[in-house]
Write a protein that binds this ligand. Structure first.
Ligand code: SF4
Length: 211
């Protein structure tokens, strides 16, 4: 498929995605990034309450932290949004949990939204995928049966996996939420620095940071 065909189909996909109403407990609008056929795809968890009104993913404090990390390795927020396809495990705001914080999407919601992600991976065929946060890392099956949800086993390493039949390299990042101390304390701080250094050397990352 040519690049222009992929872009046309991706734009059509994003239009359909924005009209999705598959999950009755999710709060719309559907939040999407710029439709761009990029060698790099970022996969977030789910938007918060600020992203819908802003009309873009990572629009609030977590985004500020994450784009701060990326600015250390050669790309501004504006350029990243233009050059990288920003997907997520779920594209709608799940609402607040009873105990505070955002509700974790249900397995059914994750499964329903995964078809959108798989369509995107098939259309874009990224070389590098960056899952951000435990939910995104788990959705790619990177936590093994004995090391469930241990970020220390995953962050700071590069691995390969297959999504929707497309083989990709994966470099995981912790969630940049202000509520999490993982990336600000050891060993998370060192592992995050290692992950960013690994990202900065990846050929797909170099492609998007070349001006
Ligand atoms: S979370 Fe995903 S599958 Fe569910 S309504 Fe939103 S876009 Fe559709």
């Amino acid at each position: 498929m040519s690049g222009s065909d992929s872009l046309r189909l991706l734009k059509r996909h994003v239009t359909q995605l924005r009209a999705c109403t598959a999950c009755p407990d999710m709060i719309r609008p559907v939040v999407t990034g710029t439709p761009v056929v990029s060698p790099v795809m970022l996969i977030g968890q789910a938007p918060g309450d600020k992203e819908g009104p802003a009309g873009k993913p990572f629009a609030w404090t977590a985004g500020k932290t994450m784009f701060g990390w990326f600015s250390q390795i050669g790309i501004t927020e504006e350029a990243f949004r233009e050059r990288v396809y920003m997907a997520a495990v779920c594209r709608c705001f799940p609402g607040k949990a009873e105990k505070g914080g955002d509700r974790v999407p249900s397995p059914l919601e994750i499964e329903q939204c995964r078809r959108h992600l798989e369509t995107e991976v098939r259309l874009i065929r990224p070389r590098l995928v960056i899952p951000v946060g435990k939910l995104a890392i788990a959705a790619l099956g990177l936590f093994g049966p004995t090391d469930t949800d241990k970020l220390v086993e995953v962050v700071g390493t590069a691995t390969r996996t297959t999504i929707a039949g497309v083989e990709v390299e994966v470099i995981a990042l912790p969630h940049p939420s202000g509520a999490s101390t993982w990336h600000r304390t050891e060993p998370g701080k060192t592992l995050l620095a290692r992950a960013l250094a690994t990202l900065s050397k990846h050929d797909a990352w170099r492609t998007i940071t070349a001006s």
